[in-house]
Design a protein around this ligand. Structure first.
Ligand SMILES: [Zn+2]
Ligand SMILES: [Zn+2]
Length: 335
């Protein structure tokens, strides 16, 4: 009841559906607008977790993407198609994502037309055969929305050389650039560059109804531009990926350890704490530790490190510490 009463009066909500190397996804509601930040779970799992957290998938307006790593885009295409909503990328991330999904191939125009025809027929046959809910996560669900023939027509209209079942097809793509704020409905989005081994990775500050929420995961270290962005926040989602000793002694091969530890890898508990202790302005109501490694970290280690760093500054009104989880959504945070 408490939650419903509050919801009636609040317009800003932040729900981490999942966080970690097996999938990242957060729902942000501001005013009349609702967006997903990353779609790193399967579409089905995103919808399931949204419902668990009292979020309605059908009301999503857009998906914004931090970078093209699989744990951030796993359900991206299926989710965007199902809901018919636009995806916001940097151009570099979009291109890298398309490369990742597109197998190398060469075909003539005639071959391509033939492929379209076959895929449309196959899709039609599938539809006729089952016509039930709950298609597999890998299925793209396009036919549900448009019908196979219609879909082929659309693909042809949009881009003559894109086959109908092109895995990179999206209802709409919008480009943004790091350093240039843009608006999605009632939510202002300020993307900033982060140091990470992806094509053009970004973090975000999202602002709605005067509430500022920072999203900073997947970064090798905290460069000055990131520190500068993470000021005056009401909520900070901050990576606390690994414990240095657990990583060093843990199961990963040496090359992977090097990657995680590098300046374009992931933020350790120590690095997150260092930031919280020395640079963070202490203004957020909520600090959510995120992208915790399941192999090289323990929630208690991350929590204790952050608590020490925030010492004296944590209270019911400020710096409430939460830990985002991989396998279940975090209770929604309301403003
Ligand atoms: Zn990640
Ligand atoms: Zn990443």
């Amino acid at each position: 009841m408490h939650r419903i009463a509050r919801y009636a009066h609040t317009m800003v909500r932040f729900t981490v559906l999942a966080s970690g190397s097996k999938g990242n996804c957060t729902v942000v509601t501001g005013g009349r607008t609702r967006i997903l930040v990353d779609a790193g779970l399967s579409c089905r799992e995103i919808f399931r977790r949204m419902k668990l957290a009292d979020e309605e998938p059908g009301t999503l307006d857009a998906i914004v993407v931090t970078h093209e790593h699989q744990d951030h885009v796993n359900g991206l295409a299926v989710t965007a198609r199902k809901l018919g909503i636009p995806v916001y990328f940097t151009e570099g991330t979009h291109r890298a994502w398309m490369r990742w999904l597109t197998p190398r191939r060469q075909m003539t125009y005639a071959q391509w037309l033939e492929q379209c025809r076959k895929q449309a027929a196959a899709r039609q046959a599938e539809d006729d055969a089952d016509g039930v809910e709950g298609e597999p996560d890998e299925g793209d669900g396009l036919a549900e929305t448009y019908g196979a023939t219609d879909l082929m027509a659309r693909a042809v209209e949009a881009e003559p050389m894109v086959p109908a079942k092109e895995p990179t097809w999206l209802p709409a793509v919008e480009y943004f650039q790091a350093g240039r704020a843009f608006q999605i409905g009632d939510i202002a989005v300020s993307p900033f560059t982060i140091p990470h081994d992806a094509a053009d990775p970004v973090g975000f500050v999202l602002q709605a109804e005067g509430v500022r929420m920072g999203v900073a995961t997947d970064l090798g270290y905290m460069p000055p531009n990131v520190k500068a962005q993470l000021k005056g926040l009401d909520l900070l989602l901050l990576e606390s990926n690994h414990d240095l000793e657990m990583l060093r002694d843990g199961p990963y091969p040496w090359s992977v350890k090097q990657r995680v530890l590098s300046r374009v890898g992931h933020l350790s508990n120590d690095a997150a704490s260092e930031f919280l202790k020395k640079e963070y302005d202490g203004q957020a109501t909520y600090v959510i530790l995120a992208h915790l490694s399941e192999s090289n970290n323990l929630p208690e280690l991350a929590r204790v490190a952050a608590e020490r760093a925030l010492e004296g500054r944590a209270s019911l009104l400020a710096n409430q510490l939460l830990l985002a989880e991989q396998h279940q959504p975090l209770s929604p945070v309301y403003f």
